[in-house]
Design a protein around this ligand. Structure first.
Ligand SMILES: [Zn+2]
Length: 147
């Protein structure tokens, strides 16, 4: 279900890190990987040109694990992980919708897609297969997954 791309701002808990995105939030991804489960990631994905860090670059700390491709950034003051560069597309940004201002998860209409990050390789292969099939249909763009 494609919705409208809108501008949103968000940040960490203490306010040191602030960012703005242009995103379509009609579909959010819940990844089952060990990291996203613990941080409660409800992801939306945007290309780098639709992510703008407004402040707090010096407050960001990087956490990496496993293949060390994904970049999990968090605020060194309050510990909140608001966004990351996912393993599936390190040049894109995955933002935790829970960190957006004025985005009420209970009031909004959105679909939740599950990415089986616990079985990342198989889930990624399934996603790419599905993207190839969907590319035959010009109305749907492949949806980037999480890690
Ligand atoms: Zn903070």
């Amino acid at each position: 279900m494609a919705g409208a791309t809108q501008t949103y701002e968000g940040g960490c808990h203490c306010g040191s890190v602030r960012f703005r995105i242009e995103a379509d939030l009609s579909e959010l991804t819940r990844c089952t990987c060990s990291m996203c489960t613990k941080k409660g990631m409800l992801g939306c994905y945007v290309p780098a040109q639709q992510f703008h860090l407004l402040q707090g670059e010096s407050e960001l700390t990087l956490y990496q694990f496993n293949t060390r491709v994904a970049k999990h950034f968090f605020c060194r003051n309050c510990g909140i992980h608001a966004f990351m560069n996912p393993r599936s597309n390190p040049r894109a940004f995955a933002i935790n919708a829970r960190c957006l201002d004025n985005f009420d998860l209970d009031a909004r209409q959105y679909e939740t897609k599950v990415f089986d990050g616990r079985n990342w390789e198989a889930a990624q292969e399934a996603r790419l297969t599905s993207a190839r099939l969907e590319s035959a249909s010009p109305t749907r763009a492949p949806h980037p997954p999480a890690e």
